[in-house]
Write a protein that binds this ligand. Structure first.
Ligand code: F6R
Length: 245
């Protein structure tokens, strides 16, 4: 594991964006696994700046997102497809046909999970998977469970995830309570995993994920077994880890 401690969110975002840019510069047709949520917003801003400055070219890049709320389509501004379009894809020279997000509107769970796994198979492997981490240690929407998941599946969201993510929904909006998500095995198959975290709220999850027992009760703990894990986190997110030294 390579661990980079940054002073704050801005530095975390810059550092992680630098790693993603390097991946694309070294391999212009990279397959990037992408995440949504508050943590990667600064990373995407930096990538957009990198594109505008002429440092990164997305024309050959392909992307595959971790997850999507079940029941939300691209026209819904809370959907992860909408998030990716408005926070990254609409601002860089990526071909939208090369971007993939599970289809939250697909009612047939088996069909959608098979379809997304086929998309992943056709891409022949994710070069770099960007991950945030939930307060409960989830990655993608793989919630604490009795066993590690494999491929794309339907997941009922944990109450702690609903509590954490409902902050992003307006009072009049109904937050979905389930999602489609890439499985843990798919995430582990990525050549490089880039885990990012900021803020005190993530300190316990980061400590458990990086130093605790490897258990599906803390899904991110499996990352300890990844051959090429890069962690970029700010001082606050690493505070419990540092206290432990
Ligand atoms: C998002 C995702 C989630 C988030 C996690 C942290 O696509 O897969 O695992 O990375 O819930 O979310 P934030 O960054 O909002 O704290």
């Amino acid at each position: 594991m390579q661990l980079y401690q940054t002073k704050n969110y801005e530095e975390m975002s810059k550092k992680a964006a630098g790693i993603i840019s390097a991946q694309v510069i070294l391999k212009p047709d990279s397959v990037l696994g992408l995440a949504t949520g508050s943590t990667p917003l600064g990373i995407y801003e930096n990538l957009i700046d990198g594109y505008k400055n002429g440092d990164i070219d997305f024309t050959q890049v392909k992307t595959v997102n971790l997850d999507e709320y079940k029941g939300l389509g691209s026209e819904n501004k809370q959907s992860y497809r909408h998030f990716m379009n408005s926070n990254l894809f609409d601002h860089v020279n990526i071909n939208k046909e090369n971007t993939n997000v599970p289809n939250g509107l697909e009612e047939n769970i088996e069909f959608e999970c098979d379809r997304y796994d086929n998309v992943l198979n056709d891409l022949a492997g994710v070069d770099l998977q960007l991950l945030g981490i939930g307060n409960n240690g989830h990655i993608g929407f793989n919630e604490p469970a009795d066993s590690f998941t494999k491929g794309t599946h339907y997941e009922a969201l944990a109450q702690s995830t609903i509590d954490a993510n409902s902050r992003l929904f307006e009072e009049c909006e109904v937050m979905p309570t389930s999602a489609y998500t890439m499985g843990i095995k798919t995430i582990m198959d990525a050549k490089t995993v880039l885990l990012v975290a900021n803020g005190k709220g993530k300190a316990k999850a980061i400590k458990e994920a990086l130093t605790g027992p490897i258990t599906p009760k803390v899904p991110a703990s499996i990352l300890q077994m990844h051959k090429n894990l890069i962690v970029v986190a700010d001082e606050e997110a690493l505070s419990e880890l540092n206290n432990n030294k």
